[in-house]
Design a protein around this ligand. Sequence first.
Ligand SMILES: [Zn+2]
Length: 133
Amino acid sequence: MHELSIVTSIVESVTESLAAQPGLNPGARVLEVRLRVGALASVVVESLEFCWGIAAEGTPVEGARLVVKVLPVVVYCADCALDAELEGVQSFRCPRCGRPSHDLRQGRELEIEAIEIDDGVDQAETKKEKEIA
Ligand SMILES: [Zn+2]
């Protein structure tokens, strides 16, 4: 599945960035991972969310919440000299003057916006949650 390979690489990249943080408590865990996904990124958000738990299982990211922010398509209209946000992905026309534009400024993103980490100060709660899982 396409989305599973995407979330797997996200989990890997979050795990790597955790390892790269100097002085991070070994008990630290990831609470939330926020993604920015463009409307043209050809991913199904529901599938990303569905695959998230599978990909995160057994990694330091397990139990973290995945929050996906979908970004609308934005094209640059030379006639209006502005970036115009499109309502859909069917028609690449400036919503203001109606001229076609293929000067894409936003819409293909697939990136991690933020990672929220519990640095392990509350160790007891961390342990308790692990037992339940
Ligand atoms: Zn225009």
